[in-house]
Design a protein around this ligand. Sequence first.
Ligand code: FAD
Length: 446
Amino acid sequence: MVDLLIIGAGPGGYEAALEARKNNLSVTMIDDNAIGGTCLHVGCIPSKTMHHIAETMRGMRQLTQMGMKVELEPFSLEPLWMNKDKVVQTLTDDITALLKAAQVNMVFGRATLVDAHTVEVNGEKIEATNILLATGSRAVRPNIPGINLPGVVDSTTLLSLTKLPEHLIVIGGGYIGLEWATIFSALGSEVSIVEFMPTLLPSADEDIAKRIAVLAKRDGINLHLSTAVSSIEKIDGRLIVNMDTPTPVAINGDVVLVATGRKPNIEMLNLNQVKVDYSPNGIRVNNVLQTSVESIYAIGDCIGAPMLAHKASFQGKQVVAHIAHRHLDIDFAAIPSVVFSFPEIASVGLTEAEVKLKGIIYETKRIPLRSNGKAVANGETDGFLKVILDPDKKLLGAHIICAQANTLISELALMYHLGRPLTEYTGVIHVHPTLSEIVQTLLQSL
Ligand code: FAD
């Protein structure tokens, strides 16, 4: 009988496995695909590898605007995917080596629950004191006529495109749709986004959502907001996306990316038989991530939003701490998130709308990037930092839109976690010239 049996070797599963070994628990981990899960193979890492390439292309365009000659034609996706594959392989090898060194027993196959302490895989039964479900999520396609036509891809099948799309139509303006839209726009495709809600990133802070729409349009991305797609057709080799607007409108492109959401992978687990409670949004867990069956825990995308790799990993550590009777204080209220669009968007804590809804007295501060020396030097002055503060100047939420926002959010996440008045940090010295001075400007404005 193993101490911990993990189903799913994504960032939730493999971090839990390593943490469990550190606590001297015996571990078997099962995956039906590859070590690293969605994040490593079709999610975070492939998209961020391509984001880096797209950023480089934008930099090259900046050089062209300065009058330098930069030759980029002919453009092919093939070397970019090869580079992505190399990155994915390197990281897969690293994680595999770590798991091997830690003596995690890895089994490849589709796992199903048999009872509270037994899992079946490849026709064999494995018994465990504790079971951890970390089965992740998958892209879902809405029920629209034509949604499965050739050329209509999701964030996984997009990675098999052989040609740079001439005109990429993205259905869904959430973070996955927006990231790929801005990446392909930077690579040179014409891009249109069709979003059912009135803004891009509907769950982002309103000011951020408004600004990214302005900047996306300025970069040449066509936006169709408050618009539903009614059907997709293929006519003369082109994909026609028909949209429901007061007067019916159609746009045509050569590739359609469906990015309308993800669904927890729970159907194949036999949850009903084992009496593990769930809803369409994911497996239900208590505050220590236990399901309705005491010996079965669940983490990551399979328990629902926010679907983020670092959330899954820290939940994995939390589960191991509970099993090992160790106290681990993880601040799940302070999970930062980043949208790797151009410019990037990063946030932690509440949006202004959420603060209002809670009836908290608050003030907002907005620090524009345009007078930040490094931003001016980089030629990237679009954006701002917005914070929402309570009457004691404690941070309720921080939202950044600017290049490299991914590196700026950690300091604000720490301040949010510490829950102290920001006036206590006024004496913290930031390096000049750096984008992080935007935080110093904020602190000095309090
Ligand atoms: P997963 O990574 O999905 O791993 C689950 C594993 O379980 C998979 O390998 C699956 O094959 C396996 N499995 C499922 N069922 C079974 C079964 N019955 N038996 C055996 N194995 C099974 N998050 C970020 O934080 N930052 C980002 O920048 C980011 N970018 C993203 C970009 C894209 C395009 C996408 C799609 C996602 C992105 N995410 C990002 C989200 C991130 O990938 C997920 O939140 C994360 O992978 C969830 O980890 P997990 O361990 O819960 O599940």
